[in-house]
Design a protein around this ligand. Structure first.
Ligand SMILES: Cc1cc2nc3c(=O)[nH]c(=O)nc-3n(C[C@H](O)[C@H](O)[C@H](O)COP(=O)(O)OP(=O)(O)OC[C@H]3O[C@@H](n4cnc5c(N)ncnc54)[C@H](O)[C@@H]3O)c2cc1C
Length: 357
């Protein structure tokens, strides 16, 4: 079992009544918030989580009102406990396939476990594809960062290198007067952008980056160029390409689209998280590359509420059908014959019993 996930309620994934109302794929902020909402209205819900939340490398999650600075894994541990306290089940596992089977979905895990659900909430997050610079991956989430809203305050007033976009340089310039933009060979800036960078005092270094330098305390110390020159920085901001973790959903016919700003690929969803495929919702980064933890959690809650409405519409219709069938039973021919027999006995249909019978 992955250390980032703990099975709550055993690792079995059999539904209490044979079929879960909802299987949630992914137990990050989005999936757990969705599961919490579902469990609190007594919907049988199972979360299957591979235990690799995107922000795991970071020491703290920032920007969460009331919980600012909480360790990412601690937040999820609390979330799993909250889901379980309302009867939701959270298990460690990796979903490898989901396909429709009549009116339900069959969910398959890498270890061979299978289960069934009436609805699916996809909350599997995204993968950050980092620039191919030796030594960079190892520093991800520490002194190699991407998001000014997540890490900005923490890197204030330090020497920041930006191996990303012009806009990222502007974002980090709010936090530090010492910002250097590393321009990959072939990157063009408009005259206006050059002027803006100069006006803001952002340094620009043109040339390919070949590696990172660290100091004796394993802190980032500089960015090395192929020219051999090293530019001292304490923090490096990069612009990963974001890709929704959705390859295992091939059988469902979900639509993936490029983010309008070209940041990567995400699932297509509407405001409620509905994917356009009956019975399938998505929440968090898988459908919104830009969502931070609070937005991911909120989208999980929103999607769960939409799923509840969908389920209860089905349930209420089924209840009405059952009632009609029972009514038909009460007033149908067989029941009428039975009532007639009990009330009228042999006088049924006005025929008097024969003497002696
Ligand atoms: C380094 C870093 C620091 C960040 N810091 C902040 C911050 O300070 N504040 C902030 O608001 N945001 C921050 N973010 C953004 C934050 O990580 C995301 O907003 C958040 O994780 C999105 O939540 P999610 O539930 O959509 O996805 P995730 O948190 O990534 O959770 C998805 C879960 O689904 C699981 N999963 C994936 N595929 C499968 C599968 N096939 N089967 C089962 N499970 C699966 C994963 O293992 C994971 O546990 C940071 C991001 C990074 C990269």
């Amino acid at each position: 079992m992955d250390e980032n996930t703990s099975d709550i309620g055993g690792n079995g994934i059999e539904a209490p009544g044979g079929v879960w109302d909802v299987v949630v794929v992914g137990g990050g902020a989005a999936g757990l918030s969705g599961a919490l909402t579902l469990a609190r209205v007594r919907r049988p819900v199972l979360v299957i989580d591979a235990g690799e939340p995107r922000n795991a490398p970071a020491a703290a999650a920032h920007g969460l009102l009331g919980r600012d600075g909480i360790a990412p894994l601690e937040l999820l541990r609390k979330g799993r406990e909250e889901v379980a306290s309302y009867g939701g089940r959270v298990v460690a596992g990796r979903v490898t396939a989901i396909h429709r089977d009549g009116g339900r979905f069959v969910v398959e895990c890498a270890d061979g476990r299978r289960t069934a659900a009436r609805r699916v909430l996809v909350a599997s997050g995204l993968a950050d594809e980092l620039p191919d610079v030796p030594g960079l991956v190892e520093r991800w989430g520490r002194d190699v960062v991407h998001c000014v809203f997540c890490h900005g305050w923490e890197v204030r007033d330090t020497a920041v290198g930006v191996l990303g976009s012009f806009h990222q340089a502007l974002l980090f310039r709010q936090l530090s007067e010492d910002v250097t933009l590393f321009l990959r060979p072939g990157t063009d800036l408009t005259p206006d952008q050059w002027e803006q960078l100069a006006g803001l005092g952002v340094g620009v270094v043109e040339g390919a980056v070949s590696g990172l330098e660290t100091d004796g305390a394993d802190r980032l110390a500089g960015v090395r160029l192929t020219s051999g020159h090293t530019v001292p920085v304490r923090v490096l901001a990069v612009a990963p390409r974001f890709t929704a973790r959705a390859s295992f959903l091939g059988g469902l016919g979900l639509a993936v689209r490029e983010h309008p700003a070209g940041f990567g690929e995400q699932l297509t969803v509407d405001a409620s998280g509905f994917t356009g495929v009956d019975g399938v919702w998505a929440a968090g980064n898988v459908g919104d590359l830009m969502a931070g933890v609070p937005a991911a959690a909120a989208s999980g809650t929103t999607a769960a509420a939409a799923i509840v409405m969908d389920l209860l519409t089905d349930d209420a219709r089924a209840a009405a059908r059952t009632r009609r069938a029972e009514d038909a039973e009460v007033f149908g021919g067989r029941m009428e014959a039975e009532v007639t027999r009990r009330v009228l006995g042999t006088r049924a249909h006005g025929v008097d019993p024969l003497p002696g019978t």
